[in-house]
Ligand binder design. Structure first.
Ligand SMILES: Cc1ncc(COP(=O)(O)O)c(C=O)c1O
Length: 482
């Protein structure tokens, strides 16, 4: 963030950009919000966006683009093979990561599919700092197991640890020994660890992981989807990184990795993805799957316009002013909620603000999905759509037993550069009201439960008539307000 000091009182987040295109928002009355969430099976993924006021579901593919990105999209070359657009993207990715080979893919999970199909076999394990839903599903579908080895501090809701995304090196050594290095498909490190609250890992930790992987001849895979946030925190919180440029930090991470993949719905503020490596054999093995599942090697399922935008977006990721808006807004929101006693993950991370539903709704048992219930109640209270990141987002164990999540979170993502500070203040206000009325909220149960990735399209109902009571209380407290 630019060094701007404030003359009077406390400082506040200051954007280093201006907004030149807007989209009108719609806030429907609370009764309509109640009907909309019931119609969506209490699953915020199934809401129609016309019923949503602030869409804080995700930061995936919904970040605001820059003028340079939009301008670049106009010169896209849409040849099926060998387009100039690909040449520009290829050059930009290789410059950004300092790597030799790049394979395009249509989004992050497509990269995960290619990696899992290539490296994971029944009986193999993939140790990681923490799982991401699609990464885990694609590993298990190929017969592998996931071992989550995040440091203990990473799973504490309240903490002052600056790098909660670090992996526990001792446990990593133990897992490698237990399975044998030949059964470790790869080690996966996720930047800006999504499911524990957008928490970063340190360069120091990554160096240790890389050393261990190289000594055991295990490929180290970096999921760089949320690298922009991770970089911001490396630069702010890690002494040695303070003196490095953002690009120097990226190049260091890349040098320590064997494979890097990313969702460009996040990294690069556009839509797409890709895999990078310096290893020619790995490149050849992965390349076989691109034309099978993605598209020809010079577009990989992406639209050429998006490819142009990614090329520019990666360049802009190296400018701190362009990537700081997310972390500084999240910092503001987390601190304001914390001041008001609302349980949130600390320290503030990237991606969004994460509410601890287990503490917020401590009267709802995990089998009734407290984070899902909070998401449903918050939509009724505010018209804001968040995302359940708890037991609902887990898969059942192979024997059908519920797999309780370590944390029950309602994630309120802050799409980068999209919302204003007054909108964030509205989000805070409605959470404060809901917290004061939390005893009115009860749990949810499934009425339709898909076997895989059930959180995307499963449908639930409230265990009682609590939603009607919540709407009544809202009317009583807010009168004719929307
Ligand atoms: C850390 C991480 N990895 C991978 C993915 C998958 O990317 P995509 O949604 O582009 O398939 C995501 C998406 O949210 C993510 O957050």
């Amino acid at each position: 963030m630019a060094n701007v000091k404030f003359y009077a009182g406390e400082s506040f987040p200051l954007e280093m950009h201006k907004v030149r295109i807007i989209q009108k928002l719609n806030l429907i009355p609370v009764e309509e919000r109640g009907k909309a969430i019931a119609g969506a099976g209490n699953n915020t993924f199934l809401l129609n966006n016309r019923d949503v006021f602030m869409d804080m579901l995700t930061d995936s593919g919904v970040n605001a683009m820059s003028d340079r990105q939009l301008a670049s999209m106009m010169k896209a070359d849409d040849s099926y093979a060998g387009s100039e657009t690909f040449t520009r993207l290829d050059k930009s990715v290789k410059h950004f990561f300092g790597c030799k080979y790049f394979l395009p893919a249509h989004q992050g999970r497509a990269c995960e599919n290619i990696l899992s199909q290539t490296f994971v076999k029944p009986g193999y394990v993939v140790p990681m700092n923490y799982h991401f839903t699609t990464a885990k599903a694609l590993i298990t579908v190929n017969g592998g197991t996931v071992e989550e080895l995040i440091i203990d501090e990473g799973l504490k809701i309240r903490s002052e640890c600056p790098f909660k995304g670090d992996i526990d090196i001792g446990r990593l050594k133990e897992v490698i020994k237990r399975y044998g290095a030949d059964k470790v498909a790869y080690v996966r490190m996720e930047a800006g660890t999504n499911l524990v609250g957008g928490q970063p890992f340190s360069l120091a930790n990554y160096e240790e992981v890389s050393k261990l992987c190289r000594a055991s001849k295990i490929p180290l895979v970096l999921d760089a989807s949320l690298l922009a946030d991770n970089l911001y925190f490396n630069k702010r919180r890690e002494e040695r990184c303070k003196k490095m440029t953002l690009h120097e930090i990226v190049l260091k991470f890349a040098e320590l990795s064997d494979i890097i993949y990313f969702s460009a719905r996040k990294l690069g503020f556009a839509r797409g993805g890709g895999i990078c490596t310096n290893d020619h054999d790995i490149f050849l093995r992965l390349r076989e799957l691109v034309p099978l599942f993605e598209g020809f090697l010079t577009y990989g399922g992406m639209s050429v316009r998006e490819m142009e935008a990614i090329a520019v977006g990666l360049d802009e990721t190296l400018d701190e002013d362009m990537i700081s808006q997310g972390p500084i807004f999240i910092d503001y929101m987390v601190k304001e909620l914390d001041k008001r006693g609302i349980p949130v993950i600390t320290p503030p991370g990237g991606l969004g603000c994460h509410i601890d539903a287990m503490a917020f709704l401590d009267h709802i048992p995990q089998e009734q999905y407290p984070a899902g219930a909070l998401g449903s109640a918050y939509f009724i209270a505010s018209g804001i759509r968040g995302m359940e990141r708890g037991t609902l987002s887990e898969q059942r164990d192979p024997d059908g037993k519920e797999h309780f999540s370590n944390m029950e979170l309602l994630r309120l993502a802050l799409p980068r550069r999209v919302f204003t500070l007054s909108q964030v203040n509205y989000a805070i206000d409605r959470l404060v009201w809901l917290y004061e009325n939390r005893r009115l909220v009860e749990g949810l149960r499934f009425v339709e439960e898909p076997r895989i990735l059930r959180f995307f399209f499963g449908r639930l109902e409230p265990v009682s008539g609590w939603q009607g009571k919540l709407i009544e209380k809202f009317r009583k407290d807010f009168g004719d307000s929307l």
